[in-house]
Design a protein around this ligand. Sequence first.
Ligand code: NAD
Length: 436
Amino acid sequence: MVVYCDCMKITLIGTGFVGVVSAAVYASLGHQVAGLDIDQTKVDSLNSGKVPFYEPDLEELLQAQLASKNLTFTTSYEEAVSDSDLVIIAVGPPSAPEGQADLKYVFAAAESAAPYLKENAIIAIKSTVPPGTLESTEAIVSKKTKTKFMTASLPEFLREGTAVRDTLNPDRVVIGATNEVAIKTLTELHKPFEAPIIIVSPESAQMGKYTANAYLATRITFINQIADLCAKNGANIQEVIQIIGKDKRIGEHYWYPGLGYGGSCFPKDVNELAAYSRSVEEDQNLLNKITSLNEDRIPRLMELFGEKIGEWAGKQVAVLGLSFKPNTNDMREAPSTKIIPLLLRENAEVIGYDPQALTVADHFLPSSKDLHYKDTVDAAIKNVDVIMCLVEWPEIIRHTFPQVKKGKTVHFIDARNQFDPKKITELGYVYQGIGV
Ligand code: NAD
């Protein structure tokens, strides 16, 4: 029977953003952790101490844990799972065409691990999955092994860009399980984080994860809608936020009028919850609308920006910030991946800049003679007609933008409302923000 001990054997299946951070953090607590991935290049990179993506503080943590010999990476299920007390699935389930969660990666990971499970091992699902996934996983594993095992839902709430800090200091740890031994083991494992530990049913844990992301995405969509109204009547959305934020029921944080939500989680999770709502005949669910409002946001804003600019054709446009948010090089569903193709279709010339994402930009953006990259803000904005600030990277929002040359018109689009419109206008730019 697995009971918590100071040195548990833990396997993390899937060494993406979530898997690597969790593996390194559990190792830092003194556990023996094996990270497992089907991607040999990723595993080789991790074993050599190199994180294959940008995440602050992670490489240092990884290297320290490799040196302590608490952490290893492999592509072998046999090596990673045999003898493991806790097998955590953290693979990234894609969405199916209708938006529903496609669980094939989660099920494939569970099926591959099954033959090597030791008696009474716990399988915990950290991937974001809909209610019902734990039972389906149990059925798949049971077909492949006679060994007794336990299951739990262990949803992840870290944010890219602050993933190490979030994992070491979580707002809460959620354990969705019914088996007492699994609950006790997972509770003890997470005690060192000194965070509230919420023990609930697997269904509540899974709904809690989706609900958190769906709420945040709804909040972004809501404030964007209010910003659009402000743009019509002379109100300033930032002033409106000051007013509503003082209401304790509402709060001052997490109001980001802009281009809508992106990244690897919000669009996928809202879509999946919307698809789930349709599958249980709750078609009138708000989430269906949130997705379509978010998808329309960038084309609609680009039309509005374009009206002031005249036409995009022949314009040189500096796009500053290619990742979906600061402090990550993750470009999944980043605004840049929608805006740049749109600009290229309109025959603009685009110069892209990002402090970290230039190395991955080719995977996410079309190759075109009209798309170039520069590695400084100054080089990217030289002689352009339009500057678009898409992401609030410090390198962008703290940049000292030069005075516009006499006789030249340069438009400055502040898509995250990070600049003082008065100062930018004084420098000679034609300023456009969001609802300001
Ligand atoms: P990711 O795409 O970065 O990484 C997933 C990894 O799983 C990849 O390295 C892939 O090679 C590996 N993989 C796929 N199938 C496998 C298999 N059968 N066996 C072994 N490895 C396999 O994904 P991510 O961003 O780390 O997200 C993982 C999960 O966590 C998702 O469900 C996501 O929704 C959730 N989540 C992500 C974040 C985030 O900020 N990225 C935050 C909270 C929750």
